[in-house]
Write a protein that binds this ligand. Structure first.
Ligand code: SAM
Length: 229
């Protein structure tokens, strides 16, 4: 199989398993290695979208820990935690805030097979009071050691893999692209295969060109655009 066809088949097989109703919302998680590790886990479990609110709208940065996963996960940045939670709630997600304080539920007692968003807090302070007031449930991963909490990326990973485990048992893991609506699937496939062309199309305000079954673009594009898959 030529390289383009092989690469295209790999992109399709990953998209076939992507899940749109599981996500994370990161509240002021600032350290690039934590953000990077979380996005890498999101890619590993098959998430397509993640959400973040940064401290005073500081630029979100990644490091090599991400292994480039920010290319495969769309990180939606929100102005503040209220706006972020309300937007995700409106889309029918159950909002699970993570907290080690108060009456928080052991995560193993929760059902994550329905649309689920995990809200994770800042390295030092955890979730804000505003976030705690808006979540549907407060959950925690039980701790038995001397240290009070886990690293935020480890907590994200534990929760996401538990959600995937539950969905696997319930037969809810997509395998043929059914985890995404057809338009999202088609657009993502194009963006992943041809990021430069996708960027150009967005600038021009035009639709993406059609692709054939091998992933070749069925249109003659201006020579100045990089079309490498
Ligand atoms: N002192 C902070 C607190 O009281 O929340 C600790 C923050 S912790 C280092 C950063 C984030 O990791 C938390 O906001 C939470 O999202 C997540 N986290 C850490 N340990 C956790 C646990 N055992 N259960 C659930 N989430 C946890």
């Amino acid at each position: 199989m030529p390289l383009l066809a092989r690469r295209f088949a790999k992109l399709k097989s990953v998209l076939d398993q992507r899940i749109s109703d599981l996500t994370v919302l990161l509240e002021e998680v600032e350290k690039p290695h934590n953000l990077s590790a979380i996005l890498r886990t999101c890619d590993a479990v098959g998430i397509i979208d993640a959400h973040a609110v940064s401290k005073m709208n500081k630029l979100i940065t990644f490091n090599s820990t991400s292994q480039g996963s920010q290319k495969w996960i769309k990180l939606h940045e929100h102005k503040n935690i209220e706006e972020a939670i309300l937007k995700i709630k409106k889309r029918g997600f159950q909002i699970y805030g993570t907290s080690l304080k108060g009456a928080s539920i052991d995560y193993r007692q929760c059902d994550f097979t329905q649309p689920t968003a995990f809200v994770l807090g800042a390295e030092k302070w955890g979730l804000s009071e505003n976030a705690m007031n808006l979540i549907d449930n407060s959950i925690h991963i039980p701790m038995r050691g001397m240290v009070q909490s886990l690293n935020v990326s480890v907590a994200a990973s534990t929760l996401l893999f538990e959600a995937i485990r539950q969905r696997e048992i319930a037969g809810l893991i997509p395998s043929k692209g059914e985890g995404l609506d057809p338009t999202t699937y088609k657009n993502k496939l194009f963006e992943w295969a041809y990021p430069e062309v996708a960027k150009w199309c967005k600038e021009k305000g035009r639709d993406y060109p059609e692709l054939n079954s091998n992933g070749e673009i069925l249109e003659t594009l201006p020579r100045t655009i990089k079309v490498k898959c």
